[in-house]
Design a protein around this ligand. Structure first.
Ligand SMILES: N[C@@H](CCC[C@H](N)C(=O)O)C(=O)O
Length: 277
């Protein structure tokens, strides 16, 4: 059996994108892991599957699978690539699209300059809904990471994030702390671990150790979560330029109750056909 795919990226956070609008695609966690494998498969941080909508008033449904095979709720860089994909494939001519994800409906828009702006929805801060086990709703909470108390802000952008502030992102303990935070018992659904350096109130540098994928060159939902955390901590003023290892995003957030807006690029790299066992 063969499967056609498109390889894409948003700031180096890379995706294998599959069109399942005409025919369903059978995916198992093993198959996702094989496709995402950089040696034995195509290689990607996430696999994105574009499907017909399951409800009225929505244009598409898109599903997100991490490289470890797990299906997740949200992907910011993926949402931008999804829009470019449906345009390039001629699946719609609409520039503003309503798309179902596991965490609800998001609304990405293809701009005239080729960038994509995504309304990523209202961030969730209540611990139980993140989910984050805590008796407190304080913005900054100590997390015991291998015996070191790390002050983090827990935010859900549809998917869970734990953001910490570091003095120098290049020296941040991403490899050492990332896996410990990702699998921390206080985050029962696991979590994406963000390390943010505040350069100025409108500029941060960010690295993210992603749940189910390890450190990636960029994480769109992580950039949104970091800006929310920075604004809530009084360190940032929207809009904020977020510099990742793979490039820059613009994030705007007007505060509690408002949606987070993310603008950035989406790039198609190549198309291919994969033989599946
Ligand atoms: N790279 C993504 C996030 C993908 C999902 C994440 N690893 C999770 O498990 O929640 C982004 O750009 O937001």
């Amino acid at each position: 059996m063969t499967m056609r795919f498109t390889k894409m990226h948003g700031l180096g956070n890379d995706f294998v994108v599959i069109d399942a609008t005409h025919e369903p695609v059978e995916l198992t966690p093993e198959r996702v892991r094989h496709i995402a494998d950089r040696h034995f498969g195509v290689g990607c941080d996430q696999l994105l599957v574009v499907e017909p909508p399951s409800q009225a008033g929505v244009d598409f449904r898109y599903r997100i699978f991490n490289a470890d095979g797990g299906e997740v709720e949200q992907c910011g860089n993926g949402a931008r690539c999804f829009v470019r994909f449906v345009h390039e494939k001629g699946l719609t001519a609409k520039r503003e699209i309503r798309v179902e994800t596991r965490s609800g409906i998001i609304a990405p828009r293809l701009e005239d300059n080729g960038l994509v702006t995504v309304d990523m929805g209202v961030p969730v801060l209540e611990p139980a809904r993140i989910p984050f086990i805590s008796d407190s709703d304080a913005v900054v909470q100590p997390l015991d990471v291998g015996g070191t108390m790390v002050p983090v802000t827990a935010v859900s952008m549809g998917n869970p994030h734990a953001v910490q502030v570091v003095a120098d992102v290049d020296a941040a303990p991403v490899a050492a702390q990332g896996p410990l935070i990702e699998g921390h018992a206080r985050f029962p659904a696991r979590v994406n671990a963000g390390f943010m350096q505040v350069v100025s109130p409108s500029h941060i540098r960010l690295r993210v150790y992603e749940r189910g994928a390890g450190e990636t060159l960029a994480c769109g939902s992580g950039a949104c979560a970091a800006v929310v955390a920075g604004v809530l901590r009084g360190l940032l003023v929207s809009p904020v330029r977020v510099e990742t290892l793979g490039g820059k995003l613009e994030i705007a957030w007007a505060g509690i109750g408002a949606p987070v807006m993310m603008t950035g690029p989406a790039v198609t790299v190549f198309e291919g056909e994969l033989a599946l066992a």
